[in-house]
Design a protein around this ligand. Sequence first.
Ligand code: CO
Length: 217
Amino acid sequence: MSKSHLDLLENNKKWAANIKASNPEFFNQLLKGQSPEYLWIGCADSRVPATQITDVAAGSIFVHRNIANMVVHTDMNMLSVLFYAVKVLKVKHIIVCGHYGCGGVISAMKQEKFGFIDNWLRHIKDVYRIHQSELDKIEDENERANRYVELNVAEQVLNLSKVSFLNEEWENGKFPHIHGWVYSLKDGELKDLNVTTNNAEGLESIFQFSKKAGDVF
Ligand code: CO
């Protein structure tokens, strides 16, 4: 076994002991169940851990992470996490969090082949296609990548607002709210992109539903 593996287990012993010493009821409380107010859809990047960068304890955030914080409508993993968070945990807020310097986004900006992962990057490339006229105008590659990261987060917020059972929730209430944030690896700060939504009204008409049930299916 590698040294780092042993370190993780050692670290865990110290972490658990510290919490028991400072807050003896902590684990008893979490044993009763979880009631997080937030669902986090973030990048799998090791430098962007949800609870650490928001400085909250275990039990605060329900988390789904994948390469470049994508909301892909055929992704059963993402949909299942989202469904459980919305329908069972009744989270009030869903945060799509991207980060500047995202390897997934930077790779999607290139025309090089990366192998199997190209199938996933294709979804990120769709965002470039939608915003090509704006992105192509940005000459500096870093600036273009940073804007691409922001636009990708905004598109994933829109993708979430197209999910059928989120639309159902909004027919009956105002929650959950969906937010788009970007994390900076340079200074550890989160930026709110101000793309928060709790309805499908801003979407193109093809994505909006009438009350009538369809009869084709
Ligand atoms: Co990333």
